[in-house]
Structures are given as C-alpha cells and as structure tokens.
Design a protein around this ligand. Structure first.
Ligand code: PNS
Length: 161
C-alpha cells in the first residue's frame, strides 16, 4: 500500500534545510505533500502563493513531491489527503520539546496519523527561515542557506520594503 506523508510548515521562505528534509522524505515515502500553513498567527514575509512558487521551483525534479497549502487542523488535512504520516525536522535538542508536544497532541487528535522526526544534514542544523530573513534584512549574506531563486526573491522583497 502507498504511504503518503505530509511535510507541514510555514516555509517563509523554504531553506536548504527544508529542501534537504524534502529530499530525504521523498526517498523514504511513496508520496510527499509539502503543506504550507495559510492561517498562521505569524505575519509572513511571503504570501502563501509566493511560498508555494518557491517550493514548486525547488521540488520540480522530485516526481513524488507535491506542494499545497492548508488551513485548520493539521491532522484533519492529513486525513483528508489520505496520508498517514506527518514529517517534522529536528535540528537540535531545543526543537524537541515543542515538536514532542505537537506530535503527542496530534496523536491525541488522530490515532491514525503518525509523526516521523527526521534529521537534516548537520551542516543545516543551525539554519532557520527566521534567521535567514534577519540576516538578509541586516545586509548579511544568505548565500548557501537558501536555494538561488529564494535568495533572489528575498533580496528583491527586502529592498522594496
Ligand atoms: O514551520 P512551523 O511554523 O514550525 O510549522 C508549524 C505547523 C504548521 C506544523 C503547526 O503550526 C501546525 O500544525 N498548525 C496547524 C494547526 C494545528 O493543527 N494545530 C495543532 C497542532 S498540535
């Protein structure tokens, strides 16, 4: 039977760490659905449409990966698309507490859905969308932290802001 996994997140914007995890997941699961949360309390830099475009560009060659957005409860979305796995990345111990809480709550909300924690390459263990935005905003180089298209979009977005 086909195993579908959902990789949810804000992806504001997608980093090379996210991409690394998507590639690892694509090798493990039959289908990976990258799902952008659209109704977040955080004020995003990029619109959902822009984030989806950037993600679509970087997963173009991964045939079993698709990009969508969702609103509402993650477990409801996961069940709706016929998936049984939620993928979350753990970069360091500091991520674990929040991720554990979410995974256990999601398990309480739906016993049909399993969370799988994955580790990105260690060279990305310090990387986050938040830091990338901050560095770019303050004029630092984000080369190597995000895909080339994202770097370009980030620079032009911040220049006009
Ligand atoms: O990349 P992020 O911002 O850490 O992703 C967080 C995300 C999208 C996985 C989380 O906020 C989420 O699942 N939101 C959907 C609403 C929901 O289901 N909340 C209950 C979680 S236990």
């Amino acid at each position: 039977m086909e195993t579908r996994a959902v990789y949810p997140g804000s992806f504001d914007p997608v980093t090379n760490g996210h991409l690394d995890l998507i590639q690892r997941s694509a090798a493990l699961f039959d289908k990976v659905i990258v799902a952008i949360l659209s109704n977040t309390e955080k004020i995003p830099l990029f619109t959902v449409e822009e984030r989806a475009e950037m993600l679509e560009e970087v997963v173009r060659d991964l045939k079993n990966v698709s990009v969508t957005s969702f609103a509402g409860l993650l477990v409801d979305y996961v069940e709706r698309v016929g998936a049984s796995v939620i993928i979350r990345g753990i970069r360091a111990v500091s991520d674990y507490e929040y991720e554990l809480q979410m995974a256990l709550m999601n398990r309480r909300l739906s016993s049909k859905v399993e969370t799988v924690f994955m580790l990105p390459a260690e060279s990305y263990s310090f990387l986050s969308s938040k830091l990338v935005k901050e560095i770019a905003q303050l004029g630092g180089s984000i080369h190597g932290f995000v895909p080339a298209d994202v770097e370009k979009r980030l620079c032009s977005k911040l220049r006009i802001k």
